[in-house]
Design a protein around this ligand. Structure first.
Ligand code: SF4
Length: 469
């Protein structure tokens, strides 16, 4: 139960008015970002765009008034954690609105190259270049939109996922390694594109297919046309299934909650310990906990519940102290399920562990007899360099890195600490267990996680666990 943010995009083209679908489809990405929400739609009068700060209130409440005034047949929406979007750009290719999910590791180098050509940036956030504006500039270098999008995909080191709205339709481009999904769907008279398929469910949109890595399509009232076929370098983020994807979503046809249940079941098959109850830290530990409980035939119970009426999941202040406070205030203990109990918690993962330590202390104060912890993925040893994660400001904040440092490690030789059969791994886990005051601590093995997801290892990004690119 830790915060993670990334961003999500949604697009729709319809023979009728698309604004309701655009509004709800975008809103269903609210778990992926906390900074800005934005919508752009197009009608005969031109583009209509709206951007709001969502750091302190939900997307839906901010846009309810806007959508009364918006109408159109095509639109794109975004939940962003990095920049103001959508951007409206006038170019030789035509006017367009653009939304992205992006991380540009080489943004300074790309900016230098563009400055030399006389370019400028007008959407600065302090000294930082808006990544969406950078991608728009790279798109505008192409002779066509498709060529420009390919140019951006080729030049960006990191993550580059784009929806681009023009008067004729929407260009949709998945990241060249497919680190995150981009999925198309349809219902009568409507074609849509999304990161999360849970956005389709209540809109009556059926998933058609996942775009492949690097694939570019053009979506219009007439259907979906492929402009660039996918490559075979899929490296989809395995963490989507473990933690930050939504349980009702499917990526590559594989449902998130099903994978979480399989992760929990796999952990349970490896041991037999006497327990009174199994639980998951809400929300993302729940699916793993249910899988464990069912397999171990131990009751699933909720020693903690979340106060959701005023603390929805999507409310995540940017400031870390505030975040910790919100996390603490949101969870409420139920003493009857804690006192004298031997309990096992499934957790999506342990990042820094500070908040978890407080939760565990609270359990002992309320009379817990034993607290066992089973993270659903292996220890996070390497910081992600492909997506925008705000779970930990630096790799050195990771619980594993802190343990390695305390054991006298200097940050080199991480491979050994990541190997579950090595002595160093066992010492590191024991150090984390002691710090968290757990009765026992056992992590998922990577091969078991890969099996629970059900895709071949080479199609998954598992860098944060094994350092393999
Ligand atoms: S490094 Fe980890 S979090 Fe980042 S894309 Fe790869 S699996 Fe996902």
């Amino acid at each position: 139960m830790i915060f993670i943010t990334m961003g999500g995009i949604f697009g729709v083209v319809s023979r009728g008015d698309c604004v309701q679908d655009l509004f709800y489809g975008t809103d269903y990405h609210s778990h992926l970002g906390t900074y800005r929400g934005g919508l752009a739609c197009l009608n005969s009068a031109g583009f209509n765009r709206s951007i709001h700060d969502i750091t302190n209130s939900q997307f839906r409440s901010k846009f309810e008034d806007d959508i009364q005034k918006m109408h159109g047949h095509k639109g794109v929406g975004v939940i962003s954690d990095t920049d103001d979007q959508p951007l409206l750009i006038g170019s030789r290719l035509g006017t367009f609105a653009i939304v992205t999910v992006a991380r540009i590791n080489n943004i300074n180098q790309l900016a230098e190259d563009l400055f030399k050509q006389g370019a400028h940036f007008s959407e600065m956030n302090g000294d930082n270049i808006n990544p969406t504006e950078m991608i728009a500039k790279l798109v505008c270098q192409g002779e066509t939109f498709a060529a420009g999008i390919k140019n951006a995909q080729d030049k960006v080191d990191g993550l580059c996922q784009i929806l681009l709205l023009t008067k004729d339709g929407i260009y949709a481009a998945r990241d060249k390694y497919g680190r995150i999904p981009l999925i198309i769907g349809e219902k009568s008279g409507t074609h849509a594109v999304t990161v999360e398929t849970c956005a389709f469910l209540n809109l009556g949109i059926e998933t058609t297919r996942d775009l492949g890595p690097g694939e570019i399509v053009f979506i219009s009232e007439d259907g979906v046309e492929q402009l660039q076929p996918p490559n075979d370098k899929l490296q989809i983020c395995a963490f989507m299934w473990v933690y930050y994807g939504y349980p009702a979503s499917n990526y590559e046809g594989i449902n998130v909650e099903v994978v979480r249940n399989r992760c929990g079941a796999c952990l349970a098959r490896k041991e037999k310990i006497p327990l009174d109850l199994v639980t998951g830290i809400p929300d993302s530990g729940t699916g793993h906990g249910i899988g464990y409980a069912n397999e171990a035939k131990v009751p699933y119970a909720r020693p903690f519940v979340k106060y959701t009426p005023t603390w929805p999941r999507s409310f995540m202040p940017q400031d870390q102290v505030q975040r910790n406070l919100v996390a603490r205030m949101k969870l409420m203990p139920i003493k009857e399920f804690i006192e004298d109990k031997r309990m096992l918690f499934c957790e999506d993962s342990i990042v820094r562990g500070t908040q978890l330590r407080d939760t565990i202390q609270q359990l002992y104060k309320l009379g817990a007899k034993e607290v066992h912890m089973r993270p659903a993925c292996p220890p996070l040893v390497y910081g992600c360099k492909f997506l925008n994660f705000s779970r930990s400001k630096s790799d050195l904040d990771l619980a594993t890195r802190q343990a390695i440092k305390e054991l006298g490690g200097d940050g080199t030789g991480l491979k050994e600490f990541a190997d579950p059969d090595s002595e160093k791994y066992k010492i590191m886990i024991e150090s984390i267990r002691k710090q968290l005051h757990l009765t026992t601590l056992k992590y998922q093995r990577l091969d078991d996680l890969v099996e629970a997801i059900g895709l071949p290892k080479e199609k998954l990004c598992t860098y944060c666990w094994d350092g393999v690119e």
